[in-house]
Design a protein. Sequence first.
Length: 173
Amino acid sequence: MNSSEKPDTLALTYAALLARVWLAARAVQTGVEKFATTTQIERLTLVDGEPNEFGLMETVTVKAYKLDAYKGIPDAMEATFSDQPMIPGFMLPIYNAVLGPALIILGLTIFLGVASRTSLFALGLLYISLTWGLILVGTPGQAGVAWLGTHMLIIIAALALHRHNRFCILKKW
């Protein structure tokens, strides 16, 4: 682009909106998944959509979302984190309680454009905290570290595109 060309503001507005919507969807759904539970049930095996006549049974996993199923940190990871000397013991229950709701709230504020820059910054800090935890876990968490790094790049892009962020409820912050 030479100095006489104007930037394509519509494309930049779309880019800002797409980054915001993607980050919001990712945060909200990740937070909602903290309330998921699965149960296994036995049922007659279906043949062509109808229960079979031979009494053959199958085990089916059913996923549901319930408030009482909330688990911010999975049990296996919580045990690993509790053994880490760099994580104060009193912080783990707080983080466990706050993680899901924080993801949902930040996702909604980013989607609606409520204090977008501050919300994006807070989501970035949350992802940094998740990255730190995965680094402490070691090798099994390294793929997650790379994914969170990608999320951070999208947050940075959304912040860089903020001047083109036209669809906001509260644009000041």
